[in-house]
Design a binder for this molecule. Structure first.
Ligand code: AMP
Ligand code: GLY
Length: 426
C-alpha cells in the first residue's frame, strides 16, 4: 500500500508516523515533508499548493490513499481534482472546505443548521462596520472572512482596537482579498477546546478532545501563534457534553451541508468555546489541527488507515476508532522571534536523546536536512510529544525530552496543559 501525505508541518509528520505504523505497513510519501517525515518515508520535491505537480505525481505513482494536511490545497479543490482522476483522497471536497475558507459561509451554514455559535454580522464597507461596532460596544471580535494564515482574528477589548482591526482588513488590506469582508462577532467568554471529528457524509465519529495554546507566552500572554502546544484529552470537555457536540454541532452541520448538495467526507475540526450557556462554535477548520493532531494521534490505539478509508467509502463507525487511556502532551519548540520574524538554518541537536525519553516522540515541523544535520526551517520547529500514565507524568516526560534538544534561540512555553492540571488540583 502507498500513501501520499501532503504538507510539511508537525501535523503531517504525526500523520505520516501514525499511518506508517498501520498493520498493512504502507510505504509513505510526503509532499514536501520535513526532516522528520524523511525518517518515515520519502519526501517529494512538491509543494502542498502545487496541485498540477501533485496530480501528475499521483497519476504516475498511483497512491492507494492521499491524506491532505493543510487547508490551502483543500480550499483550492485538490480532493475534487484527485477524485476526477480516480484517486482516493482523505479530505473534503472544495465546497465542504469552504467552511474554513470563508467564515461568512461557515456562519451562514451554522445559522441555517441551528448550530450554537456567536452572533455575527458581515460588512464590506468601513462606515457601516464601525457604526455596528459603536452600537455593540466592546469586548467584540473582528474576523477577516477568508484564509489569513491564522492572523485574521482580533479579539478587541476596546472599541479602538476593534476599529483598528476593521481598518486593517478593509482599508490597509493587510489580508488582501481574504479581508474584503469582515465578520463582527459577539465576544464569547469561557474555556476553549478543539474537537476533531471524522465524517463520511452521513456518520460522525468524534476523536479524542484536545486543547491548544494559541498565545506565544506562558499564562496565555503575548501575540497569537499557530499553536504553542496541545494536550489530550481536554478534561473541560466532560463526557456529558459529547452527545451534544456530536448531534448539535457535527450532526446538524452534516445534514445542512447535505441539504445544500455537499457531501462532507474527511475531518472537520470545531473550535469550541465552552460557555456557561453550553458549547458554542468559534470556527470550523476543514482539516486536522496543528498541534492538536500530534497530541491526539499519540493516543490513537490501533490502525488509522481503515477509519480514513471508511470516510471515503461512507461506512464510518465508532468501532474503527479507539483511544489509549494515557493522556498526551505536545510542547511546540519554536524559533526565537516567532510569531514575528525568525532565523532559519540553525543546527538542532539532541533529537535522539529526546526520542529516547520513555513515552516521548519528537514530531518535526519546520525542519530540513542540510549537510548531514537537521536544521531549523520554520517558525514552529518541533512538537515534542509524550504519553504518560497520568497528566503529570506526560508533562514531565514531554519537558524532559524538550530539555534534551538545543538550537540557537529556541523558545517554548513552560506551562502546557496548565488548565488541565489546575482542574485536577481542584
Ligand atoms: P478563530 O480563528 O475564529 O478560531 O479565532 C482565533 C481565536 O480567537 C480563537 O481561538 C479564540 O481564542 C478567539 N476567538 C474567536 N472568536 C471569538 C469569540 N466570538 N469570542 C471570544 N474569542 C474568540
Ligand atoms: N491549532 C489550531 C489550528 O490548527 O487551526
Amino acid at each position: 500500500m502507498k500513501i501520499l501525505v501532503i504538507g510539511s508541518g508537525g501535523r503531517e509528520h504525526a500523520l505520516a508516523w501514525k499511518l506508517k505504523g498501520d498493520s498493512r505497513r504502507p510505504e509513505i510519501f510526503c509532499a514536501p515533508g520535513n526532516a522528520g517525515t524523511a525518517t518515515v518515508g520519502t519526501n517529494l520535491p512538491l509543494q502542498s499548493d502545487d496541485l498540477p505537480g501533485l496530480l501528475a505525481w499521483a497519476k504516475q505513482h498511483k497512491p492507494d490513499l492521499t491524506v491532505v494536511g493543510p487547508e490551502a490545497p483543500l480550499c483550492a479543490g485538490i480532493t475534487d481534482l484527485f477524485q476526477a482522476a480516480g484517486l482516493r483522497v482523505f479530505g473534503p471536497c472544495q465546497a465542504g472546505a469552504r467552511l474554513e475558507g470563508s467564515k461568512q459561509f461557515s456562519k451562514e451554514v451554522m445559522a441555517a443548521a441551528g448550530v450554537p455559535t456567536a452572533r455575527a454580522a458581515t460588512f464590506t464597507d468601513v462606515a457601516s462596520a464601525k457604526a455596528y461596532l459603536r452600537k455593540e460596544g466592546a469586548p467584540i471580535v473582528v474576523k477577516a472572512d477568508g484564509l489569513a494564515a491564522g492572523k485574521g482574528v482580533t479579539v478587541a477589548m476596546t472599541l479602538a482596537e476593534a476599529e483598528a482591526a476593521v481598518d486593517e482588513a478593509l482599508v490597509t488590506r493587510a489580508f488582501g482579498d481574504a479581508g474584503n469582508t469582515v465578520l463582527i462577532e459577539e465576544f464569547l467568554d469561557g474555556e476553549e477546546a478543539s474537537i476533531l471529528a471524522l465524517l463520511d457524509g452521513e456518520h460522525v465519529v468524534l476523536l479524542a478532545s484536545s486543547q491548544d495554546h494559541k498565545r506565544v507566552g506562558d499564562g496565555d500572554t503575548g501575540p497569537n501563534t499557530g499553536g504553542m502546544g496541545a494536550y489530550s484529552p481536554a478534561p473541560v470537555v466532560t463526557a456529558d457534553l459529547l452527545p451534544f457536540i456530536r448531534e448539535e454541532v457535527f450532526g446538524r452541520m452534516l445534514r445542512e451541508l447535505r441539504r445544500r448538495g455537499i457531501t462532507y467526507q474527511g475531518l472537520l475540526y470545531a473550535g469550541l468555546m465552552l460557555t456557561k450557556a453550553g458549547p458554542k462554535v468559534l470556527e470550523f477548520n476543514c482539516r486536522f489541527g496543528d498541534p492538536e493532531t500530534q497530541a491526539v494521534l499519540a493516543r490513537w490505539d490501533g490502525d488509522m488507515v481503515p477509519a480514513l478509508e471508511a470516510c471515503i467509502d461512507g461506512n464510518l463507525g465508532e468501532s474503527l476508532v479507539r483511544w489509549r487511556p494515557e493522556p498526551s502532551v505536545c510542547i511546540v519548540v519554536a524559533a526565537g522571534g516567532y510569531p514575528g520574524s525568525y532565523r532559519k538554518g540553525d543546527v538542532i541537536t539532541g533529537l535522539a536523546a529526546a526520542n529516547a525519553v520513555p513515552g516521548a516522540t519528537v514530531f518535526h515541523a519546520g525542519t530540513t536536512q542540510k549537510e548531514g544535520a537537521v536544521v531549523t526551517a520554520g517558525g514552529r520547529v518541533l512538537g515534542v510529544t509524550a504519553l504518560g500514565a497520568d497528566l503529570g507524568t506526560a508533562i514531565r516526560r514531554a519537558y524532559e525530552a524538550t530539555g534534551q534538544i538545543h538550537f540557537a534561540g529556541m523558545q517554548f512555553r513552560k506551562d502546557i496543559a496548565w488548565r488541565a492540571l489546575q482542574r485536577e488540583k481542584k
